[in-house]
Design a binder for this molecule. Sequence first.
Ligand code: TPP
Ligand code: MG
Length: 792
Amino acid sequence: MNVSVSPAKLQSPSHLAALRQIERKLLWLSAWTIHHANRIRPNRDGLKVGGHQASCASVISIMTALYFDRLRPQDRVAVKPHASPVFHAINHLFGRQSIDKMAGLRALGGAQAYPSRVKDGPEIDFSTGSVGLGVAITSFASLIQDYVRLHALADATHPSGRHIAIAGDAELDEGNIYEALLEGWKHDVRNVWWIVDYNRQSLDSVVQDRLFGRFEGLFGDMGWNVVRIKHGRTQQAAFARPGGAALRAWIDDCPNSHYAALTFQGGEAWRTALLTDLGRDAKLRKIIDPLTDDELGHLMTNLGGHDIETLLDAFAAAEADGDKPTCFIAYTIKGMGLPFAGHKDNHSGLMTAEQMDQFRDAMRIRPGHEWDAFEGLDLAPTELRRFIDTRPFAQPLSPQGRALVAPVVPVPAETPATKRAGRTMSTQTGFGEILGEIGRAEGAWRDISARVVTSSPDVTVSTNLGPWVNRRGLFDRHIRNDVFRDSKVASLQRWGMSPGGQHIELGIAEQNLFLLLGAAGLAHSLYGARLFPIGTVYDPFVNRGLDALIYACYQDSRFLLVSTPSGITLAPEGGQHQSVNTPLIGMAQDRLASFEPAYVDELAILLRHAFAHMQAPDGSAVWLRLSTRGLAQKPRTLDPDAVIAGAHWVVPPGQGAPIALAYQGPVAPDVEAAFDILREDVPTAGLLAITSPDRLHAGWLAAQRARRAGTRTTSHIEHILAPLSPGAALVTVLDGHPSALAWLGAVAGQRVIPLGVDRFGQSADIPDLYREYQLDTDAILDACAQALLPRS
Ligand SMILES: Cc1ncc(C[n+]2csc(CCOP(=O)(O)OP(=O)(O)O)c2C)c(N)n1
Ligand SMILES: [Mg+2]
């Protein structure tokens, strides 16, 4: 669909005039905020502060039309990362952003470089920064909005919003966009707008022309409306005149890079180029000859994305078209209105002090009044204030503002019991059974289970979500029957889909899993509905979705990630599916508490903890790394606090013991066997079960920081290691990179012999693999012998 000339029915002249004043103010404030941070604020380290005046300039009209006309409070927006200063300026006009924060752009406590939910506060609906992800999450969030409404988990009086991404055109190069498009199509996603700031420039260069011809087809194939907003009113009026068709054809045929260069060069260059190609067209000459260079420059740069009226018409037409997902390709010029408009190097370009002075004069801003919201405008401040305050988006979404809240759901004291004592069982099986029990929705867990939403990228059955899904069904906005079941074909899986289902099945695209978890884990804040999103994935493929996982954590999203199988212990299933680095990711990732239980009793404690931790103000997302190796489950009583803190003694060491064995995860039986032999020689030796190097390490760092600040405190791992002798040896064993536990030696200055996996790719059974990688009982005993040798 092309938006062509149509009268601006909706807007009165005074309305448009006010919007144009706001455009002008946003252009100034965004450029000034960046200029101030780079050239006025003292610079102590000599490093570039940065900021993107050109990227801001190209999106001014789009954001003005949205925020000051079309957006309603319930709409949720992902703003392209480099438009952050425009966004802060908008909030400043709405009275929701302070000058101090803007003046502190990119400084400690100031406005962030890119919009950040955690650091910039509740005005931010979605953080952005890693290009592509902010765009795609809007599609998953819209799905979650439908989910919470169809499950009656949100306040029904609260209207549904539209999910809007204001995207840079280079974001469309990111593959995750297309993964999300495909998944969105499968789930019949709606209420999503992606507005592409089509300035045909990225960071390095001018974008290839041929590529962009593809977008309409791609989006159209996925069931989206595509709206091209190419020409502004001035251009459309010129095209309607005799000779205008030739002008339009010339513009349409002009290669992106040539257009950009002419924009930079200005009116005279436009004239030369047009006359060279079309000089003999008398009708065209009648259009361009009477124009001054400036007027000609204005005509040629009057693209749709810079024309408020054209934009508003396009948005209104799409609204009238219903809730179908819509991609707007809004033609713009990077740096529009600034001296480097169109220059291919303008991405990080900053205006010079002289250019800024000229710009300030042109904006009629007196020195010292740069931050004033109404300085240098043609409308009286009271009139503009009234206009801004009466915008739909100025109205509060809730008494708390844009961040909604959902009450904490109490977590029952006991995890549902599974019959485990005496059984040989893997943590993966245990997880499936416990979740299946929670899915019975009886008794104390009913409130929790109603809010659990599971998801998996095509590994639902192989990660043991089957029992849960059989009980709770698959989610779909429409009822879709289970064809196999209806045809009476025997299957363990009952896969009927309905709006009441609680499992969202995804295709194999791990980034989509993390984007979905990221969106669902914000449901309390975005939709006022508490969800417990649980996603399962093969542990090695956490890496495939890693940036989206980090992105979800960056937004403080609350979800439970279950990754299984993990390590080399999946054995014959193979080399490529082995994961080595994931324990380290679990340690290094902020806002993600990671655990690896060996036995199902530990898992039960950790699962219960996860439901509480996901809701706690100082909590986070939770990650459980599980295994398919069956271990003989023991009857025993555990201290839940120790399991949650990351380690517990299975056999406490004698006071001053010279050695302890520590294991993490499914290597437990081999370590236990070695321990039994070791104890014959060293009766005081201890056996330590580590459930979380991440929590142990975090607790240790926190204690050190607290002590430096004068607080007396001891971390869990310090307590744990205290009985060992100062020169004791720790032999640590995990199915993962050994460095995840090697740091334990630094806690009390003890010696560590770290066993683990630092090479991978070999399929075999567990005995062969553990021998090959030196995780078996013999290798552990060899390490003990080495540890007990006197130090030379
Ligand atoms: C995943 C990722 N890769 C690279 C970058 C670095 N980067 C920041 S902006 C940008 C290009 C932006 O171009 P576009 O989306 O067209 O935005 P514009 O500034 O033109 O509006 C790149 C490559 C990033 N932020 N995220
Ligand atoms: Mg661009």
